[in-house]
Write a protein of this length. Structure first.
Length: 135
């Protein structure tokens, strides 16, 4: 509860033509999805200004991401839940030709993890050519 959990996923465009991603959103209120980077077919990360552009002035159109052939889009998913719960939902990636839905399932619990104290026995220092009692 109230701890951020972050994960990433990638979408690869295996086609020779570029595709436009019109929107990326989540059906879950505690899940935030954002584009982290786009890498070209050679694995080189492109600058943010090269792949984000706002279309028109309508907020509903939002940013569009263009994914060239062979390129990879890396998305970051962050979950910060304010209460204990278990939920399932989708992350939707919408392009003009199709919609892709990534299933999301999480469980948020209140509590903490603690390791028990380590138990060890202390031995006297050992020096070269010195025998210990148990040798």
């Amino acid at each position: 509860v109230n701890d951020a959990r972050v994960s990433t996923f990638s979408i690869i465009n295996p086609n020779p033509t570029k595709i436009a991603i019109q929107s990326v959103n989540s059906s879950l209120s505690w899940v935030d999805v954002r584009l982290d980077s786009i890498r070209n077919s050679h694995g080189v990360s492109l600058g943010r200004e090269s792949f984000v552009r706002h279309v028109g002035s309508s907020p509903s159109s939002g940013p569009q991401y263009f994914l060239e052939g062979g390129a990879t889009a890396v998305f970051v998913v962050e979950i910060v839940c304010a209460r204990e719960e278990e939920r399932e939902g989708d992350i939707s990636i919408i392009s003009p030709s199709q919609s892709l839905h990534v299933k999301v399932k999480y469980r948020s619990l209140l509590g903490s993890l603690a390791a028990p104290p380590l138990s060890y026995s202390r031995r006297p220092p050992i020096f070269p050519n010195h025998e210990t009692e148990d040798s």
